[in-house]
Design a protein around this ligand. Structure first.
Ligand code: AMP
Ligand code: ZN
Length: 483
């Protein structure tokens, strides 16, 4: 049953308009998200895409829909450029590292899933792995080959003029988009793309399969058409990905879907895209060389959930600028929220789930309106601040309200403690036991009114990256530099 709050309205990249969400199957929401290419670590920009997809999933659950979410793992087929040329990212990583493509995929998939857990992103109903679906991809390609494809020496290509309104999702042919596709000799149109790539004569690939078009590997776009159809149906509710996918990958998925269903239906009713995480150099990307992983943040002493909060502070369709200052500001905000929630927990003797206080009901309505308005998480966070700040209202009801809201925001406010947020930076030179011991000595010195000795201990700790916090039950915290 869906709740009777505000109608859920989402921005559909296909129409470039906000539309009311109407599920295909009553009471259900079926969502497919393009997942990582597991040839390298995911950077925190990539992780923004999954925080967004998770927020969407949590809002759908909040609205009462029974959610089926699929995320794929791309372990074959994604080329080093968005063009249909150059080596496969997996094969390239394998030859550079001397490891097998399969081992590389396994390693980076494991790291990715670990990051998903650290960001409190709910795992999907199923992780679908591309290499486990190659037979289904070949079958799919067979059904569209005659009417929509042509064969060249390098593979089987999709003729984009055979489907209605190719590229409607991308709209303009931009410098970033179709126009950039390198030409492959013999292609009928610049936007045509490979759905099967033959292994060149005399070469062997680590990942290759037999097909009616020769030994080779599937094109990247094929996997998403095949796996979304297999697990969610030929028509499902929502497809998500980063905004770069609006230009090539998703228009190509749509073309394949239309060819397969022999209709103008794009596959998903709503296509949603998160905007980029950028830094001073522009879009964070792996090809730009240096990039930040979640582990970089942890090494610095930042709890991953602070990054989640940083993402939620911006609307998913806005660019989000990464800077250490922004991240540390989010960390401070998270600490405040956690302290407020912890104080509430300390005061509640008999937990409740009944929320009948009119102000809290009003705030829950405001929260529902915010998240129903194309996932307006910045506004939803201000409602959460408001709930935490209602000092005069019964703590048990406030805590219950926080729990409801946090089920959508995923900041773990009901369980996290200030202690959990104190993450040891990898550069720390002192250990916790020593810090506690020095603080005991400092208390003793203060008790003896030996203030110079107390100050000396404080200064020494500061020079070791530790801030002494008088009057705080936590007593101390790590100093994190904003650079
Ligand atoms: P990839 O592993 O390259 O296939 O990318 C995984 C996901 O991250 C895709 O949905 C991309 O669109 C998305 N993505 C890539 N770079 C960024 C970025 N800087 N900010 C946000 N999302 C991104
Ligand atoms: Zn995809």
């Amino acid at each position: 049953m869906t709740n009777d709050g505000a109608p859920l309205r989402l921005f559909n990249s296909l129409t470039r308009e906000i539309e009311e969400f109407r599920p295909i199957h009553e009471g259900e929401a079926r969502v497919y998200s393009c997942g990582p290419t597991v040839y390298n670590y995911q950077h925190i920009g990539n992780m923004r895409a999954y925080i967004f997809a998770d927020t969407l999933g949590r809002v759908l659950s909040w609205k009462g829909y029974d959610l089926t979410h699929i995320i794929n793992i791309t372990d074959v087929g994604h080329l080093t450029s968005d063009a249909d040329a150059g080596p496969d990212k997996m094969e390239k990583a394998a030859s550079e590292s001397g490891k097998s493509a399969w081992d590389i995929a396994e390693y980076y998939t494991g790291v990715f899933k670990g990051d998903i857990a650290r960001l409190n992103i709910r795992p999907p109903a199923k992780w679908t792995v591309a290499t486990a679906h190659v037979e289904a991809m070949i079958d799919f390609a067979k059904t569209i080959a005659d009417k929509h494809c042509y064969e060249l020496d390098s593979g089987l290509y999709f003729d984009t003029s055979t489907v209605p309104e190719y590229g409607r999702l991308a709209r303009a042919v931009t410098e970033e988009g179709e126009g950039r596709i390198d030409t492959v000799e013999g292609k009928r149109h610049q936007s045509d793309f490979a759905i099967w790539r033959k292994t060149p004569e005399g070469e062997t690939r680590q990942m290759e399969w037999d097909s009616p078009w020769g030994k080779g590997a599937p094109g990247w776009h094929l996997e998403c058409s095949v796996m979304s159809k297999q697990y969610l149906g030929e028509q499902f509710d929502i497809h998500t990905g980063g905004i770069d996918h609006r230009e090539i990958h998703h228009p190509n998925e749509i073309a394949q879907n239309q060819a397969h269903s022999c209709s103008a239906h794009t596959g998903a009713n709503i296509w949603m895209h998160n905007n980029f995480l950028v830094d001073r150099r522009g879009k964070m990307s792996k090809s730009a060389g240096e990039f930040l992983t979640l582990q970089t943040l942890v090494d610095k002493g930042v709890l991953p959930l602070a990054y989640r909060l940083m993402c939620l502070q911006a609307h998913y369709r806005s660019e989000l600028e990464f800077s250490w200052e922004n991240l540390l500001a989010a960390l401070t905000r998270l600490k405040r929220m956690v302290m407020a929630a912890q104080q509430l927990r300390d005061r509640v003797e008999a937990p409740t789930t009944d929320i009948d206080h009119p102000r809290l009901q009003q705030l829950l309505t405001a929260f529902d309106e915010a998240v129903s308005d194309d996932l307006n998480t910045p506004k939803a966070l201000t409602v959460l601040d408001d709930v935490l700040g209602q000092k005069k209202i019964d703590p048990a009801q406030r805590l219950a309200t926080v729990a409801l809201i946090d089920a959508v925001l995923g900041l773990e406010l009901v369980t996290l403690t200030r202690q959990d947020i104190r993450v040891r930076p990898s550069t720390a030179r002192v250990d916790e036991a020593l810090i506690e011991h020095q603080l005991d000595l400092r208390d003793e010195a203060k008790g003896n009114k030996n203030f110079p000795a107390a100050d000396a201990i404080r200064n020494e700790l500061a020079s070791n990256g530790v801030e002494v916090m008088d009057g705080d039950p936590l007593r101390w915290d790590w100093i994190i530099e904003a650079n």
